[in-house]
Design a protein around this ligand. Sequence first.
Ligand code: GLY
Length: 462
Amino acid sequence: MFRSEVYTKRRSGLHKLMKSGIGLFIGNTDSPMNYPANPYHFRQDSDFLYYFGLDLQGLTGLMDFDSGKDWIFGNEFDLDDIIWMGPQPSVKELAEKCGVVNTAPLAKLEAVIRDALSKKRKIHFLPPYRAENKISLGKLLENNPCELKAKASAELIKAVISMRSIKEAVEIEEIEKAVAITWEMHVTAMKMCKPGIREQEIFGTIEGIALAHGGGCSFPVILSINGQTLHNHDHSNILQRGRMMVTDAGAETNLHYSADITRTTPVGGKFSQKQKEIYEIVLNANTSAINAARPGISNKDLHLNACKVIAGSLKELGLMKGDTAEAVNAGAHALFMPHGLGHMMGLDVHDMEALGEDYIGYNEKVKRSDQFGLAFLRFALPYQPGHVFTVEPGIYFIPQLIDKWRAEGKFTEFINYSKVEKLKDFGGVRIEDNVLITEKGHKLLGKPIPKTVADIEAVCSK
Ligand code: GLY
């Protein structure tokens, strides 16, 4: 945990933003995997972590925005727990760690909420996403658990987003630690990227690195020689020369701050001429987007600029044609890059996604596009100092998408299908880094992970 003042300051910031009512933050509980006592790896809720920091199951935080008082509700460990788990702190001792003085058992929470409901006080809560928490919240609020997401407090969502979006210095330090672990994961994957090895072996090795140095992976590792599938979690292939391995993986620190990096490595360590041509385009889109990142410019502008770099260079290779700006405006480039340039990152790898992507990356003035490709952009607003983003352009040859668009005669004025057809077995390339927006520009977070053709070939040759 950070020092208790970090959490006290954050809660006092939220008290100032919220006018009245009660803010309810239900922490996560253990979730059974195959029988009740065999749970999945515990991951605390990120909003609970942000305001209360306690990384234990079964706790609820409450902020009374009228009285200014904060509470931790939780049940004391009993002797049975201590026999199996060893000595445990009291709820009071836990609460002190995050600067909260008021504590009570969970049964008291029910009474507090019942009293507030009877007085028609507003109970603000964030959208629940776990079944266990939906049920607890439903019981507390005497409401249908399936309908609670829609009843979450927009006022609380917006206030939390306004705070969590701007990273504090202690958070940046944590994210840089996460990138340092991720450096080790990627360099290891590059060195292992040799013909004959099974993807699973590399996947397991890098997941082990994330666990050995931090809280594990910030999301399930994406690692495949079929990199044309954007989120490929099948690791059953044997690496073959002539393919490239896309590794999209990041560590989480012990305090649960994320990194999210992608590298693409040729199997056997040497890029072919064709691989190099496509790789260099993605690299140029990645570096020019990073170089342009600064306060004021929007993530949507950066995304569209990267798409223009990609479309313009694919035109030079003869895969696209026509006017590049018109092609990007029409969305023709999305055949090759169907996803957004990047997303916010912090305590969640897609930061705050549980609160609703449209609340995070869009507003009353900036609405989400419904154009294929651009519709997947998670954040369209201008950057502000303190934002942390991924920058992750890619080029993919997705056979099913190529076949569909060709059959529909889609964008024949911008796409040279006869040439694209020849690359249907190419796979994909994605290159991703993590960037902090500073007052004047940006900072690439963490120790740079090899990404030029020469650097990757040098690592692979070791
Ligand atoms: N790097 C995985 C993702 O952004 O979803």
